[in-house]
Structures are given as structure tokens and as C-alpha cells.
Design a protein. Sequence first.
Length: 412
Amino acid sequence: MTTYTNPFTGQTVSPSQVAYESLTISADTVLQWPVNGNTGVVASNIIEVTATTTSLNLIMPSALQVSVGQAVIIRNIGTNTFTVTDNPTLPALVGSTLVSIPSGITIYLYLTANTTNAGTWQSVTFGAGTSSANAATLAGYGLTALGTTLNQSYLVTNYYSNSTLTATNRANFVVWGSGVGTLTLTSAATLGNNWFCMIANNGTGIVTITPSGTDTINGNANQQLQLTESLVIVSNGAGGFNTFGYGRSNAFAYTQFSQSVTGGTFTLTSAQASNTIQTYIGALTSNQIVIVPSTVQLYTFTNNTTGAYSFTVKTVASGGATVLVPQSSSLVIICDGTNCYNAASGSSSSLTTLTLGNGSLSVPSLKFSGDINSGIFLPSSSQVGFVVANTLAGYFNASGFTAINGIGGGAF
């Protein structure tokens, strides 16, 4: 390829440089190198171009007149996009497209081959507008532009009624300001991995954070925030959410975990066991065992299950003490890391009166830890009934005692 060298220094000779030119074009415009004999529009080192209409072309000078490495910076300061082409081969009036330059964009063009009139050009895009405009354009959820820089931002969003949190709540500081209510999370798969928001309960009642579908929060079906509590919740994108920074209330320290069971063994996770109040529902089809973590903790277990099966609380420790929780009953249970104890089992007291619920054949009012299916209940007004294996064995009323299956075991 042809190069132009200084006979005294041996260095490449460039055309005489015109450093800057502001150019307004209203028709296709051909640039010329600033050399002797050229009197047209000069290809300056830096050219700021305003195109007065669309579809205009800015045509580079012949590559045969300069050495490789010749460079031009072209910036579009107008509102219309224009096209930069190489130098055409006559009779064509416009060459091949090198680059289209939208409004606000700056392009650096440099010549890498000059063996033809068109030459070979390479381009580098410098950017658009000023750095402050770029910052404002780039600022998405959780970011704000301050001057020429991007800065972290937590947009405070207040809710006063049941609402659904969506992708637009990314990096929001969600503040609940009402009574008891629910904030529903869009599915983790839709929100994607790394979506997050902060949630604070500044209201007057518990707010429950509920995932969609089969999603969970820390393995739980939901997460409750007592008054003044807060947390950060993060989507894992794979069927659930995790939390951190849980600020627990000093005034309302207790939280509840509710679980439906059908029998077998249910092992509490650490997150589930962090709830002091444990409530269990569901129709049992076999004996139910709930295993708590091997750590010191105080629980209140409520057995609201149905079905003629036992409900036992224990740790994984072999030989550790267990607690049987009767149906329709609540017990305070102490765990020492190995054993589970009924907190009231070692106490004694006297009662002046004791009022029981009416009970039923399936759940007697007065029953026994060794047999929760036998006991005493109220069949109807002015009657006292006796239940054996969930079957009526007999009852007292004002007329005396009635034995359903007769008297056995001797003569009367």
C-alpha cells in the first residue's frame, strides 16, 4: 500500500490538519482532505455534524490521498441520523456505508488500507451525550443519577391494603401502614434470581408475606411481620425466596408457624422452629411425629388435627423424652436439645371448679395421654357420657345409668 513519508525524517506525512469544524448538511456532502488544490468541505480532525433532514450521507475523501492511520472523529449534534460512506467509484455518487450515526453519538474512524479509492476503514463508538445524561439513562431500579454518577437508591413505597409485589418493586423499601393484611409475592421464577426488596411493618397489625403457588419463604409457607419488624427478601429464582436482616420486635416477640399434616414424621427446619407458637391441623391417617431441632427452645404446640391417632413431639436423639399432645389441646413444651418435656407435667395444684368443652365421641372432653380415644363427654343437655375407643359405652341422666352393651363381668 502507498504511504507518504517525509524525505528528511522518514516519518509518515499527514495532510495539513484542521482541528475542528462545525458542519451543517442539507444534502449528501463529500469531504476533502485539507491538501493543496482541494477547496471543498474539509475533513477536519473533529467534525460536529447537524443533518437538517433524514437519509443524508457524509462521504469520506479518497483513501488514495493519505496514509494508513489517518483518523477523523465525527459527532452527530443534530436530531437526525446520517450515514458516513467511503469514497465512491465513479459514476456512483455515494460509496458503501461505513457507519450510521444517531443523534448524540460520536464515532472514531481510522484508515487501515489505502490501495483503493474507497480504502478500508474501521470505527469505534465513543458514546452519547454527556456523562450526566448517560447516568440518568442508565439509572434503573435501585439506582439514581446524582450529577454525573450513579448512586444507590431505595424508593419508599407505602401500602395500606392487600397488594401484590411485582418486578417494579425491585430494590423498593416497602412500608406497611395499615392493620392486619397480606403482601403477595409474584412467583420467584417470574421475578428471577436476585430480585429483592425491603419490607417493614409500620402498621397496627400483623402483615403476612405470602408467596405464589408452591413457592416458599425460607422453606415456610409464608412469613409474618409483627409490629415494627422488618426484613430483606430475595428471590432465588428457583421456586422460592430467602430473607436476611430480620429485625424482630421486642414488644411482640412471638411468631406462629401453622402446618397441615396427615401423619408420619415431620421435621422442622431451623426457620420453622424459630416460631415459638406451633399450630398443626389436618386429618391424620397414621400417628404423627414432629421432630424439633436439637437446641434449647420453648414452644407452644397446639394439636388441632382430626383422626384417631397420636401426636408426638421429640428430637432426633435416641432415647430422648417425648411429649404426647392430645387433640384439641395446647401444651407448653421445653426442649433441652435432647429431651422434650411438658412444662406443666411436674406441677400440682387444686381447682375449685373446672369447666370443659362438650366434646364428642371422636374427641372426648376428658381423655387420657395413654388413650386419647376414651374418656367423658356431654352427649346432650343433662347427660354425662362415657366413651371407649370413640364409641358410646354408656351415659348418666336424671333417670340413672344406661349401659349401651349391657353389664358384663358378674351378677347384679
